[in-house]
Design a protein around this ligand. Sequence first.
Ligand code: SF4
Ligand code: ZN
Length: 242
Amino acid sequence: MLSGAKGALVKVDLIRRGYEVRAQIQNCTGCGLHSGGTPVPFSGIPGVADIVVIGEAPGRTEMAQGEPFIGRAGKLARTWFEQLSISPERLGWINTVSCLPLDDAGRICPPTAIERYACRDNLRAQLELFAPRFCILFGQTALLAFWPLGKISNLHGKWWELSYSFEKTCHAMVTYHPAAALRNGEYGITALDDLSVFALSAVDDVPPWQMRVCYICNGEATNWFRGIASCAAHYPSLRMTG
Ligand code: SF4
Ligand SMILES: [Zn+2]
């Protein structure tokens, strides 16, 4: 941590950058969703928050108030973190897309691949701003932003190395979205299980690789290679073909 005048300059720079990113998003017309209202940028304090929560998109409450994760699902997520002793100032909140996606009938729906693609610079800018140590990806949409063929049912609760820009990575875990937990409590139980593994690292500072499980059999992982944890039997082998 920098102290004195240099530290203050770094902080001022971060605050300025925060306003720039906020303005970039609020003025964005990158896809058709901008006609639904002012896009919703991050909340949380860059430089203080070391955990970034990535959701799907703002809902109606968030669009009306210009802040992410303040509707029913957001409130549930905040209780989860409170229960796990993760203090609010450690959290930054962002969405995969910053506008409310609606279908032709005006119902809330997941953003399309085109909308996700259009908003990727906003997502990256927010991650670079926070430069988090940890990320939680809530739901399938957030997972698809990083892993185009990923399925949350296979990948939740495991640690991944998430690369969000050139040479910038953090420890990441995907789990079910609190909105899914509001529809079906089973998802809530799984999400809390996953988040308690997350908290072992984020709160108790146990390095994630010490508790990874094998990516194939879920057995005890003894190897860690390029973001993949494996047991001795399933060590990923790189072979030249042909
Ligand atoms: S969803 Fe993202 S890319 Fe599309 S208009 Fe909103 S902020 Fe811009
Ligand atoms: Zn294995």
